[in-house]
Design a binder for this molecule. Structure first.
Ligand SMILES: [Zn+2]
Length: 63
């Protein structure tokens, strides 16, 4: 009759009320870091490609 509590499937990162971005390499998909970033340039230690991530566009658009 009753369904399972949805909280059981929520990742631990979301329970703390702070969603962390998982930033992965676009080339080899290696997890570069987790965190809250606006814009960052990072060099992948695996495939050594320099990648630029910019989330400021989305942040400015949302109220
Ligand atoms: Zn890579």
């Amino acid at each position: 009759m009753s369904k399972a509590a949805p909280a059981d499937v929520v990742p631990s990162c979301c329970r703390e009320g702070q969603a962390l971005h998982e930033v992965r390499c676009k080339r080899c998909n290696r997890l570069l870091f987790k965190g809250s970033v606006i814009s960052v340039e990072v060099k992948c230690p695996k495939c050594r490609s320099v990648q630029y991530f910019d989330y400021s566009i989305n942040a400015a658009d949302s109220k």
